[in-house]
Design a protein around this ligand. Structure first.
Ligand SMILES: C=CC1=C(C)c2cc3[nH]c(cc4nc(cc5[nH]c(cc1n2)c(C)c5CCC(=O)O)C(CCC(=O)O)=C4C)c(C)c3C=C
Ligand SMILES: [Fe+2]
Length: 414
């Protein structure tokens, strides 16, 4: 095969290694890669130590469950919801095969470059070439309209719809703003490097042209020292009561769908999304007491009222009745939260900072877990004085994908 026709899959770190080995410096140009490889006798050569390999900070795309659910939260998020533009099942299969191939390569820290024809755009957009895998994960989900849209079973899969997949019903205080509602297919991309995360979502969008279009997209971030619970934009530790990322028993009880669901969904999870605007200026003018009463926890330590430490057991009788923790915990349900803060510039209506929380939660049964909790919070939560729910969506995320398979295969093939 001529070099110009080759699809080169080198880990981003391989490129750095190669450039060091050949003394070429860090910035290896596209045309220089082949030269660098040749100078080492090719990647397969015994002389070369730069075998294609997985980055140290790579998280496999393949596995029993999809990555990006119980994966300890990365620093950056992009979540994108797509509308499928075609009723042709074959076109959807080809898109999902392409996305699978890309996701597997990108999560291993590879760039999938096809250079050589100056008259065509490069296949990859290029901004992640010299970056590491940065714990990149890509989690795919299907919305209710993927199974049935306007009464039409366009892909012949309506009978395979998972039991609890439905649009989140309207909540009393909702102020949902199109296009930030629903979608046919969703991809949650997370990484410790924002450019790596953006590169992934951008290339998924680029490769979907003609088959799917972006309905909405949200970026987000969290920050915190290793082992410490990150703080949200109200300055409170957020995520304390989540089951530990190593607690597999709790994950089975809370997160992973099982019997009673179609086979493709067993080991998957329901992803609930709420875009929640937070009125930072109002919050910043409220007293510390009012802020702590809102959550039922101390701002500094994160300890529940009546206790000293963040992870001390919550005693509901010691919490203000309408506090967020009292209502959420009092619902008697558990969910697995994976939320990210966002800032979207200025809200032109108010002149305030447009910021909030991209709330994402995973659960095995949203009808029993998420929806009743959301309804109770929507009616009674003191936090509602400072927030507004402006986006909403629910997706069914299939179980993990096996090597050689592709996203949605069991759903789309008989
Ligand atoms: C429907 C579920 C929930 C929504 C929506 C939600 C929004 C939301 N939460 C915070 C900040 C905090 N939440 C905290 C705890 C907490 N929140 C939920 C659920 C929803 N939150 C649950 C189930 C829990 C845990 C309750 C428990 O069992 O103790 C906390 C306290 C610390 C913690 O446990 O994480 C904070 C802080 C914001 C800012 C927000 C919307 C903008
Ligand atoms: Fe919460």
């Amino acid at each position: 095969m001529k070099e110009s026709e080759e699809s080169k899959k080198y880990s981003r770190r391989d490129m750095l290694k190669m450039s060091l080995l050949t003394g070429a410096g860090v910035a290896v140009s596209a045309s220089g890669i082949g030269g660098a490889v040749a100078a080492m006798g090719g990647l397969g050569s015994k002389k070369a130590t730069a075998e294609p390999h997985e980055d140290d900070d790579a998280i496999s795309f393949y596995g029993k469950h999809q990555a990006g659910i119980i994966t300890p939260q990365q620093t950056y998020l992009y979540v994108a919801s797509f509308t499928l533009l075609t009723d042709d099942k074959k076109a959807v299969i080809s898109l999902f095969k392409k996305w699978t191939e890309m996701a597997a390569a990108m999560s291993a820290g590879s760039v999938n470059e096809t250079y050589g024809n100056d008259w065509l755009p490069p296949s990859d957009t290029g901004e992640a070439v010299d970056l590491s895998a940065a714990r990149l994960t890509m989690t795919f989900g299907f919305g209710p309209t993927f199974f049935e849209k306007n009464g039409k079973d366009r892909f012949g899969i309506a009978s395979k719809k998972p039991k609890h997949l439905q649009d989140i019903p309207p909540m009393p205080r909702d102020d949902l703003q199109e296009p930030f509602v629903g979608g046919d297919v969703c991809i949650q991309v997370c990484a410790d490097d924002q450019q790596v995360a953006f590169h992934a979502i951008r290339n998924f969008i680029k490769s979907s042209v003609g088959k799917a279009e972006l309905k909405w997209m949200q970026s987000g971030f969290i920050s915190g020292k290793d082992g410490m619970t990150p703080r949200n934009l109200f300055g409170f530790k957020d995520g304390t009561a989540n089951a530990a990322s190593t607690n597999t028993r709790a994950h089975d009880q809370i997160i992973w769908a099982n019997q009673g669901e179609p086979d493709w969904m067993q080991g998957g999870s329901y992803m609930a999304c709420r875009k929640i605007k937070m009125f930072l200026e109002v919050w910043d003018r409220s007293s510390l007491k009012d802020q702590e009463d809102t959550f039922g926890r101390k701002k500094d330590s994160g300890a529940p009222y009546g206790k000293a430490k963040e992870h001390d057991k919550v005693n509901l009788s010691q919490l203000p009745k309408t506090s967020h923790t009292a209502i959420a915990k009092g619902s008697g349900q558990q969910i697995y939260r994976r939320a990210y803060s966002y800032t979207d510039g200025v809200d032109t209506k108010t002149g305030y900072v447009d910021a909030g929380l991209m709330f994402i939660a995973y659960q095995k049964n949203p009808t029993q877990q998420f929806l009743p909790m959301l309804l109770m919070l929507s009616k009674q939560d003191k936090l509602n004085e400072y927030t507004k729910h402006i986006g909403s969506a629910m997706f069914a995320c299939p179980k993990g994908i096996k090597k050689g398979s592709y996203i949605g295969k069991e759903l789309l093939e008989a």
